[in-house]
Design a binder for this molecule. Structure first.
Ligand SMILES: NC(=O)c1ccc[n+]([C@@H]2O[C@H](COP(=O)([O-])OP(=O)(O)OC[C@H]3O[C@@H](n4cnc5c(N)ncnc54)[C@H](O)[C@@H]3O)[C@@H](O)[C@H]2O)c1
Length: 449
């Protein structure tokens, strides 16, 4: 069987999934991270993130002698060279967070390039898997300054919570390079997956990643705006999205309103593309409106809670007690980065509300130092005790089947603000709640008779 020697730099959601999955496909992989504690835990098979199947793949890779973890990018190249021979492909999977003014911060990418440039074997292919602005492959070539090393863009589309499944069953694989043979070598690593493969130039590959994420963000902002319209027009967003989702040109996905989009990718990637647009003198109004609509959404949710709890749009939330159900940026993950739930929580705190929260996926490390003041309970029934309202902020499916009559009895006032339209309003109302969703009619126990 054909097997390549691969180094993966960065062992977060993308790097660890890439390393473990490539090892499961038979490749010889050495993964590097800067975080010594993380590397030690990974060597013991402790992955530290919530991803189905990833722990098993890591353990299997280590046991088969195909997967190892070291501290530092250059060390990964040295370890692989000693164990199997020089790395043929090096994946960069390091963070590219939002930098000053919204531009992508490429310092981690540049640091790795600087660290490895002198120790790469001739003929190595360096692959940018991190999400990077258009032009980064060319910039990486300049920084490497190695005629004998090729640079390829291979953006990643996995979703947190289903990272392994997405990696091994991708909708498509995108590989872009100025040297077609380098692109084909990278595409060959994934040949066993049998996915449609787009071979293109590097700027187009880089653009594909931003174009996809910005489109998804746009779809969500659009549906949140539609939900607001529905409230004003007495229409029902659930029926509207069902009606448009059957249209194959539109599709059902990403059509549920929510408290705003967030996570480790959409906010930074929308802002980064806006900056790229600026840099080529293009006023990307549609994208700007997508971002502005989202920023406004957090406040809209707070206003909704305020009205639900006080009965008035201008009412005060000072000292009002709220139970937040869900803090992660979406269900199925433990990731709190740029979570819309935390953005809403911060605004609620500013308004004086007292917050308790329950989230089934909260990381062991807790909320982190920058999070708003929230008292976290490990049981929803504890979080809901004597509150003025329960607010669902993350779409964890298990919330649907909580004991809603018990929750109604525990709360001071049985008010449920469901920003994900998750719980069946009939179930909530039968339990004694007033149910306030997004883009749907308010349902109260009294009006149900
Ligand atoms: N998380 C996602 O769902 C997702 C999906 C597709 C693409 N991406 C993109 O992939 C990239 C990585 O994202 P992530 O979520 O995996 O990040 P992450 O923060 O989970 O992990 C990054 C890892 O890189 C390590 N690192 C940083 N600098 C390093 C260096 N110089 N040498 C070695 N290791 C270093 C960090 O310690 C960390 O463990 C980003 O560009 C992101 O936009 C992320």
């Amino acid at each position: 069987m054909f097997a390549r020697r691969v180094a993966v730099i960065g062992t977060g959601y993308v790097g660890l999934t890439t390393g473990a999955c490539l090892a499961s496909l038979g490749h010889r992989v050495s993964c590097a991270d800067l975080d010594r504690g993380k590397v030690e835990r990974l060597r013991r098979g402790e992955i530290g993130i919530r991803e189905d199947g990833l722990g098993e793949l890591v353990e299997a890779g280590i046991a088969a002698g195909r997967l190892s973890f070291v501290v530092g990018a250059a060390a990964a190249l040295a370890e692989l060279a000693e164990r199997e021979g020089p790395a043929e492909v090096v994946f960069l999977c390091v963070p590219t967070p939002m930098g000053v003014g919204g531009v992508a911060d490429l310092s981690a990418v540049e640091a790795v390039v600087e660290e490895i440039r002198a120790v790469l074997a001739p003929g190595t292919v360096v692959v940018n898997k991190s999400t990077v602005p258009v032009g980064t492959a060319a910039r990486t070539e300049e920084l490497l300054d190695r005629e004998d090393v090729a640079v390829v863009s291979n953006p990643e589309f996995l979703r947190e919570g289903s990272a392994v499944k997405d990696f091994l069953n991708p909708d498509r694989i995108v590989v872009g390079a100025s040297k077609p043979d380098a692109a084909e070598r990278v595409a060959a690593l994934f040949a066993r997956l049998g996915a449609p493969t787009v071979l293109t130039d590097a700027p187009s590959a880089e653009m594909i990643k931003y174009a996809a994420n910005c489109f998804l963000a746009m779809k969500l902002s659009y549906v949140n705006a539609l939900a607001e319209m529905c409230e004003r027009l007495d229409a029902d967003i659930a029926d509207v999205t069902e009606g448009i989702g059957f249209d194959r040109r539109i599709g059902q996905a990403f059509l549920t309103p929510g408290p705003g989009w967030g996570g480790s990718c959409l906010p930074k990637d929308t802002n980064a593309l806006l900056q790229v647009a600026d840099s080529v003198d293009f006023e990307f109004r549609l994208l700007r409106a997508t971002i502005d609509t989202n920023t406004r959404q957090f406040q809209r949710i707070v206003d909704k809670i305020r009205t639900a709890v006080t009965g008035a749009r201008q009412g005060s939330l000072a000292k009002r007690r709220l139970a937040l159900f869900g803090l992660t940026f979406k269900a199925g993950t433990d990731d709190l980065r740029d979570s819309p739930a935390l953005a809403v929580a911060a605004l609620l705190r500013q308004a004086g509300a007292e917050l308790t929260a329950y989230d089934p996926g909260l990381p062991a490390a807790g909320l982190g130092p920058d999070a708003p003041v929230i008292s976290v309970a490990d049981d929803p029934y504890v979080a809901a005790k004597d509150v003025d309202a329960i607010v669902i902020l993350t779409e964890w499916p298990e919330f649907r089947t909580l004991d809603w009559p018990r929750l109604a009895a525990l709360t001071g006032t049985p008010t449920l603000v469901d920003t994900r339209n998750l719980v069946d309003p009939d179930v909530a109302v039968r339990a004694g709640f007033s149910w306030i969703g997004l883009g749907r009619r308010v349902r109260s126990a009294r009006s149900a008779g």
